[in-house]
Write a protein that binds this ligand. Structure first.
Ligand code: FBP
Length: 330
């Protein structure tokens, strides 16, 4: 089986990006080790702090963030990093070519129940103009040079793209190496599976409720087929399932918190996942536009997310845009 770095060389990926992914996989192995040690490593549970998003920080959120930050900032190709756990960006090398945005441990509420979590990353070019600070990161997702995630599940997997399809590597713990296990994941165009936090039903727009109502109506409803639902409560794991066998994942607009209608973050959740999904033949939309075309206004900006099997994303959008003629059998 092929190892990570030779695969990238074969794909003629730029040396700087190879160096960055190499650094990321070093961090991933360390985080994976701590997670698999679980309670034995004494890192489960929460800190007494909240992150800048107002969410309780898990000890492993803090540890993963520190690891990624420290190790990435030693890489001479890294100009700066932005993290879910950091209010501002952290500068690296002044002549570094790349900006890395990451969610160090997505789905961290799953840690204490020994369920799946992951690290999500997005690599952008460092601007050559006068831009500095957080402004450097404010580029639309279609500028990403590389994006991916590490899924810490029963096995640890590294899934990423440099714009030439999706590569999937699995950590072989006997040799401590990521080995290529899938060359080119592709998302089926149609699906019978969806992922949404149903407990928010009453907070959604009527159009989203109507779309979900029709999925739930099954084969006797307007969609004329039965749909199954899955919700792992970690975007990284839900998107991984969508990449592996199709599906629709959404975290839509809701009105739970006045002025804060979205949950997921653009720079280190929406954009990297959108890049992967599109590379796998799927679609990723905010409900208003293609996610990768959004011009960001803040490194912690939140957006709506609807992604997955292309035809199902289109159907969902047709409800949201009020243009659906009741589908017969999509
Ligand atoms: P964190 O990165 O802070 O854990 O939050 C993001 C997230 O976990 C997503 O991965 C997931 O889709 C969503 O929150 C789950 O939200 P909910 O609490 O509604 O199930």
């Amino acid at each position: 089986m092929q190892r990570l770095i030779p695969t990238l060389r074969r794909d003629q990926v730029a040396e700087g990006l190879i160096s960055v992914i190499n650094t990321l996989q070093i961090c991933a192995k360390e985080i994976s080790y701590r997670l698999h040690q679980g309670e034995l490593a004494g890192v489960l549970g929460s800190t007494l702090d909240e992150n800048i998003q107002g969410e309780t920080q898990k000890k492993l959120d803090v540890l993963s963030n520190q690891l990624l930050k420290d190790i990435l900032l030693e890489n001479k190709f890294v100009r700066a990093v932005a993290s879910e756990e950091e209010e501002g960006i952290v500068d690296g090398f002044a002549d570094g070519k790349y900006l890395i945005a990451f969610d160090p441990l997505d789905g961290s509420s799953n840690i204490d129940i020994n369920s799946m979590v992951g690290t999500i990353f997005s690599v952008l070019p460092a601007p050559t103009n006068e831009r500095s600070g957080a402004d450097m990161f404010l580029q639309p997702g279609h500028q990403q040079l590389m994006a991916g995630y590490v899924l810490y599940g029963p096995s640890t997997m590294l899934v990423f793209t440099t714009g030439k399809g999706l590569r999937v590597f699995t950590l072989d713990t006997t040799v401590g190496e990521f080995l290529l296990t899938d060359e080119n994941l592709e998302i089926p165009t149609d699906t019978c599976e969806f992922a949404i936090n149903m407990s928010n039903y009453r907070h959604w727009q009527p159009e989203m409720r109507s779309y979900i109502d029709d999925l739930l109506a099954g084969e006797t409803g307007p969609r004329c087929k039965n749909f199954n639902m899955r919700w792992i409560a970690a975007m990284v794991a839900d998107v991984h399932r969508v990449l592996c066998r199709g599906g629709l994942f959404t975290y839509p607009w809701d009105n739970r918190k006045p002025g804060k209608p979205y949950k997921l973050r653009l720079m280190y959740e929406g954009n990297p996942m959108a890049y992967l999904v599109e590379q796998a033949g799927g679609k990723a939309h905010s409900g208003e536009q293609r996610i990768m075309d959004i011009e960001p206004n803040d490194i912690h900006q939140r957006i709506g997310v609807i992604l997955g099997s292309a035809n199902e994303v289109d159907t969902c959008l047709s409800y949201l845009q009020g243009s659906q003629s009741k589908p017969s059998n999509v």
